[in-house]
Design a binder for this molecule. Sequence first.
Ligand code: HEC
Ligand code: HEC
Length: 327
Amino acid sequence: MKRWIKWTAGSALLLGVIVVATAASGLYLAEQKRNRYIDIKPRPVAYTTDAQTIERGRYLYASRGCTDCHGAQGTGREFVNDGKGTRLAGPNITPAGVVARYQPEDWNSVIRHGVKPNGRPVLVMPSEDYNRFTNDDLNALVSYVRQFPAKEGTPAVIELPHPAWVLYGLGAIPDAASRIDHQLAPLRPTPAGVTLANGQYVANMCIGCHGANLSGGKIPGGPPDWPAAADIRPGTHSADSALARYPNAASFVAMLRTGKRPDGTPIQVMPFESLGQLSDVDAQALYLYLNAPPGSVKQDVGSTAPSGQKSSANTLPSGPGGLKLPG
Ligand code: HEC
Ligand code: HEC
């Protein structure tokens, strides 16, 4: 008996040591990971002040999530504060903020690749949603952001509980830069319209939460009380899936506009401030895409390039040993 107690105490102690050691090495790895240098050479963005382009940029900023995390005027905004150790805020991106000394290639690096001008990864911003932006759309978006009046605002806030940092360090919560294929060429322009191609293009903004193939599940790094994101893989939903609640485009578009299911219950976590701004054409194209018959579309939104080719068009060709992505 005595021996048994000793043995139990011993293994509990050992287990404790293992837990502490894993946590400590996780925290250490997290520090390494967030300070890693990601060597990409993105193309410069073309700035413009042409009214039509700025209007397209305004639409993208309002409908693709930027407003939710950076505010309508770009001055930054707290977008998660669960009172239990998770507090997140997007920084001021007016000319008075973090982008004050941005060069044309820095915008491409942050928005499409999740890499800050100093080569460090963004931790929370979902740049994987934006990697597939066409060059025209990226130019438009950046040109719009650049004309925000310089204003005082909020700096970035990234406060996560210790377990989240450990998981980040151990690779269970990937940052955007490690999810992105940095060599993929940007998409060719997709004509606006209620088409599968346009729907797939818009659906890129869902992958940060619903996953690269839209299969849903727990959102990595989200607070523990967030519900899992729904499985919205195109063409695979059965009668009991979330998408089956939306028998036609009108009911789906109404959900995007109101944040509510057809039965009136509110949907959690989804960034409806932005989703509600999707144009009718884009929202209907999205519905068409999510309901495409199985096999008619490639599932992996995030890495699908209809133009087919892999090239260095997204980044400038880099020298020997150019792309280093530790971890
Ligand atoms: C889910 C919230 C979220 C969304 C959506 C989002 N951002 Fe961010 N953004 C952040 C956070 C948080 C940071 C701070 C960097 C980090 O994540 O570690 C940031 C950083 C930035 C930076 C500065 C990076 C630096 O430190 O130099 C720019 C520029 C930026 N975002 C632009 C955009 C634009 C444009 C969009 C829309 C296409 C967008 N963001 C969408 C949260 C978000
Ligand atoms: C910030 C994370 C986030 C983003 C971005 C996001 N979703 Fe969701 N989505 C969720 C979560 C979490 C749920 C589950 C919500 C719940 O159960 O209350 C969900 C649920 C859904 C549902 C099921 C609704 C229902 O009736 O229960 C649909 C459909 C959906 N999302 C579509 C989309 C589409 C399309 C996009 C992109 C245009 C998108 N989501 C972007 C997090 C997100």
